[in-house]
Design a protein around this ligand. Sequence first.
Ligand code: ATP
Ligand code: MG
Length: 261
Amino acid sequence: MTRIYAFVNQKGGVGKTTTAINLGSYLATNNQQVLLVDLDAQGNATACLGVERKNINAGTYNLLINPSTRLHANTMRSEKLGISLIPSSPALAGAEVELVNEPDRANRLKQALSQASRYDYVLIDCPPSLGLLTLNGLVAAQAVVVPVQCEYLALEGLGQLLETINRIQVAFNFDLQIRGVLMTMYDSRLKLSQQVVDEVRLHFPDKVFQVVIPRNVRLAEAPSHGQPISKYAPDSAGANAYAALATEILSGDTPHNIILS
Ligand code: ATP
Ligand code: MG
């Protein structure tokens, strides 16, 4: 079965894109068919995989605006990385406005992903807002991964995110679950980092992934080389952490235990 996870936090710069890309590449290493959906007009996921954005005339924008288009026609495949990508083009910035009068505007991505059954994992990289694009991600997803940076005020905004998830469960997607909260950019030299992890675990018992992603300069460097960490620095602490996250997710997603949350 296809598992569709949205990477969501309306706070910017917490590691949504870094997680979607690097988790995706390690899931692929584990023989999973992975489709990454760049649902952010910033196009960071697309750029991080080395795709030149100005040359894109298909992708997420086309899928949302033009419901008759085929998923396959908007998908790029990287044989080198073993993953597929629905890229974001600059036009995506206008999609929220263009869709505003469409009655099915929240369901466009879900409809498009009904053609994604050949994939084991569809990972949706959402923008840092709770607008229509993220709404499409949440309506299409089975579960949400929430990256949270290990810093002061980490929990700020999470209440609002949970409220949004509740509203979406009621209005659109009864089965939407929280797959897990992922602590990112952990700095072992800072007492604060551990305090934040403890606090988040207290607020979300059983929801926080065991794996904690360290702050690691290799993770920040990899995008400028157009590579996931599994190619750029496979022996780094960041690579080990994302490889372990893939293992944790795969072991939770057993056929008998469809979505652990
Ligand atoms: P946005 O909300 O803008 O989409 P985001 O939540 O997707 O941001 P990222 O783009 O993944 O966050 O990360 C923000 C910045 O932090 C990037 O420059 C990224 O390379 C860097 N970064 C992410 N995770 C780590 C990490 N564990 N260690 C060091 N740098 C990191
Ligand atoms: Mg991002």
